[in-house]
Design a protein around this ligand. Structure first.
Ligand code: ZN
Ligand code: ZN
Length: 317
């Protein structure tokens, strides 16, 4: 099968179709999407080598399972189910885990993938494949609300109007918060505004303007300090950014202001699928380009442009 392989550079390679292991199903990838994490991996984040990609929708081709022939999306963390972290309800932190297209597990920029059946969720027929691809990043946006309680009466600042920042903003909007989404780019704030998101430029943000919760989705190592400088004392900073290049936040300001720092990664899929099925979140306008799998190298070039949003890969028949 054809697969996009990363090893110092991106190349399309012919590799064997994965053999599903115990409890795993073979899935034919129909749609995939490029995430910032993929762009960071090619800069060296996680030191991953292999088939990239973790956001997908596909069809189960293994026979004899309730999901056979169904359109599915899949949780990216493959956990062992037996270690201390799995047994204490933290499977996404499993010490033996592999992560689809990120750590030790072949990713979705390929004709086929193999995933544990328990990672797969059936996509409702009303949700189109290219929309279903957003389940994973939307679940990551929802993870914030699994982790912390945000009082609807308190102001929330979201930094970064990229792919994830927009999804977080769409979920925040559903809750009726006083949220504002900031970005350094007029193009990004303008685009966010066109989606009905309350957005402003970082340059307009005055030093005295602060929020109780700041959510960093900038994808930039400087985002942390920006978000910290606009947080009220005893406020919470939620960090969504993972970057190859890291910077140190000012730890003194965390002590002095008694800030709470919440790291936030992968979320649960079913609530994300529910939002898509009920049309409470429509991520389709975030798609800024569609490429055939054979053009995936150009798709990556397009995804690297600062103005780019979600790039969808169509895998064909
Ligand atoms: Zn992602
Ligand atoms: Zn485990």
């Amino acid at each position: 099968m054809q697969a996009l392989f990363f090893e110092n550079e991106l190349v399309i390679k012919d590799i064997p179709v994965p053999e599903p292991g115990e409890g795993e199903l073979l899935v034919k990838v129909k749609y995939s999407a490029i995430c910032n994490t993929d762009l960071e991996i090619i800069k060296g984040y996680m030191g991953f080598k292999g088939v990239l990609g973790h956001e997908f929708a596909g069809e189960v081709v293994s026979a004899g399972h309730a999901l056979s022939g169904k359109t599915v999306v899949g949780e990216i963390n493959c956990s062992c189910g037996q270690c201390y972290l799995c047994l204490s309800g933290r499977p996404t932190h499993c010490s033996n885990r592999t992560v689809l297209g990120i750590a030790g597990h072949q990713g979705v920029f390929a004709d086929y993938i193999s995933l544990p059946a328990r990672n797969l969720y059936m996509v409702p027929s009303s949700v189109a494949g290219e929309k279903a691809v957003f389940t994973e990043p939307l679940a990551a946006a929802l993870e914030i609300f699994e982790q912390i309680h945000i009082q609807p009466s308190k102001p929330v600042f979201i930094f970064g109007a990229g792919k994830l920042g927009l999804l977080v903003s769409m979920v925040a909007r559903l809750q009726g918060f006083e949220y504002t989404t900031f970005d350094v780019s007029t193009e990004k704030t303008g685009f966010a505004a066109s989606l009905g998101i309350n957005s402003r430029l970082v340059s307009e943000l005055k030093a005295e303007e602060k929020a109780e919760v700041c959510i960093d989705c900038t994808g930039s190592s400087q985002g942390i300090n920006l978000a910290l400088s606009h947080l009220w004392p005893r406020g919470t900073l939620v960090l969504k950014t993972t970057v190859a290049e890291t910077s140190k936040p000012d730890l003194n300001s965390i002590v002095i202001n008694e800030f709470t720092i919440q790291g936030s990664r992968c979320g649960v899929f079913q609530p994300a699928l529910n939002l898509l099925e009920r049309n409470l979140v429509d991520p389709t306008p975030i798609i800024s380009g569609r490429f055939a799998f054979t053009d995936i190298i150009s798709a990556f070039e397009s995804a690297k442009k600062p103005s780019s949003q979600k790039i969808i890969i169509e895998h064909g028949a």
